[in-house]
Design a protein around this ligand. Structure first.
Ligand code: F3S
Length: 402
């Protein structure tokens, strides 16, 4: 790979051992993908997880003297204030999270702890070159905003943030961003939740870049977020196109670059229903909790929960994952207090995948509007059925599935 004089100096250690290590890793990644050069990034997002390997890697960089040339935003960890005040964390977990925070902060990261940075605090423009990890984030910024990032790992995005560069390959090159699978959606899409179900069609869609045809021209942000997030539960997708909606796909020719798609797939209502049946709750069963906000809810979604509950509180705890900014806004507008009175709590800066926080729910029965949450929480024994938000809340008000 050809490096500029500045990049070569960085590799040779002129700007410190930490930057040299990061450049070495990126060069190796680039060479394995036959990248010809490194290109500057304007933004980064790191899928911090506060897991051992994550912190080990970040600390290794810090000890070698690294700091971020492009301060990255970070994924959720676990909100110490929330879980500590409820005695839900042991001291080991508290120490670990504090340590993670110290390491990333010292590297120069912006501690946003959210998986929707593109809504608040780190919003790319069309065509910007980025290094974003977190699969629901990278697919959104590629597909909806028209920015360019590969589906980075935590380590590669942190290295890009440290050096300010990323190898140019994959999704950074226009010729790799064309759709090669035509997906005709015959199912009528009547709710945001339908887009989550459509995202679960990864096995049927297959490997590649899908272009969806037959969807409405007006699709809300929440639905687009859900589609990308769930595509990366049922498969591994760097981007998708929706004709007339996503920036690179005004029509089929633009989406495919004029090439014949290698596959043609039809998605019907029966396909969506069949997938939903895999996440079905047991009728008549009592539920212990509801979990929403995977990916993190924005303010409108939080407010919608308040509106949907109306005057009737939930019989079981409802937890909504969100960013600290949205939680703050909901506090200022009175929504958070109203929700609290209805047995709904905002859980800022946290992920459903934080087993140390949510393991106490193992063996209990809950519902969520997120198949991704169900997928992750199942790994540590939480039984989570999935239905659309309004249905989840109606069951919450009754404390059981009817
Ligand atoms: Fe966000 Fe965690 Fe879900 S990162 S998308 S809340 S699994």
């Amino acid at each position: 790979m050809e490096l500029t004089a500045y990049q070569q100096e960085m590799l040779e250690g002129k700007y410190g051992k930490g930057k040299a290590m990061a450049m070495e890793i990126l060069k190796t990644v680039g060479e394995s993908f036959e990248a010809k050069r490194m290109v500057p990034i304007s933004r980064a997002h790191v899928s911090l997880s506060a897991q051992d390997a994550d912190v080990w890697f970040a600390e290794k960089m810090l000890t070698a003297g690294a700091s971020c040339a492009v301060p990255p935003t970070v994924n959720p960890g676990y909100c110490l204030d929330f879980f500590r005040s409820r005695n839900m964390l042991d001291q080991k977990a508290i120490d670990h999270m504090e340590h993670t925070d110290r390491v990333y902060r010292a590297l120069g990261a912006v501690m946003t702890y959210s998986c929707t940075p593109y809504l608040f605090g780190n919003i790319p423009h069309y065509g910007e070159i980025l290094s974003y990890s977190e699969t629901s984030v990278s697919v959104y910024v590629n597909s909806v905003l028209g920015a360019r990032t590969n589906r980075e790992s935590l380590a590669s995005s942190l290295c890009a943030a440290i050096t300010g560069f990323t190898p140019e390959y994959g999704m950074l090159l226009p010729e790799n961003r064309y759709a090669d699978i035509l997906v005709d959606v015959e199912a009528e899409m009547s709710s945001v939740f339908d887009y989550a179900l459509l995202g679960l069609m990864g096995k049927k869609i297959g490997k590649g870049i899908p272009v969806f045809r037959g969807l409405p021209k007006e699709i809300c942000t929440e639905a687009l977020i859900q589609l990308g997030a769930e595509l990366n539960v049922s498969g591994a997708y760097e981007m998708f196109h929706i004709l007339g909606v996503t920036p690179d796909a005004p029509d089929l020719t633009a989406a495919t670059g004029g090439k014949e798609p290698k596959r043609h797939v039809v998605i019907t209502r029966a396909d969506l229903e069949e997938e939903l049946a895999r996440f079905s709750p047991v009728l008549g069963e009592d539920i212990d909790f509801v979990i929403l906000g995977c990916p993190h809810y924005d303010y409108e979604q939080v407010k919608l929960v308040d509106d949907l509950l109306g005057e009737v509180p939930s019989k079981v705890p409802v937890w909504i994952h969100t960013s600290a900014e949205v939680a703050h806004l909901a506090g200022r507008t009175g929504v958070a207090q109203r929700l609290k009175e209805k047995n709904v709590e905002l859980v800022p800066e946290t992920c459903v995948d934080q087993a140390c926080c949510w393991r106490p729910l193992a063996g209990k029965a809950g519902v969520s509007d997120s198949p991704k949450a169900s997928y992750y929480m199942r790994t540590f024994g939480v039984r989570l059925a999935v239905r659309e938000r309004e249905q989840c809340l109606r069951w919450a008000q009754k404390g059981k599935v009817e």
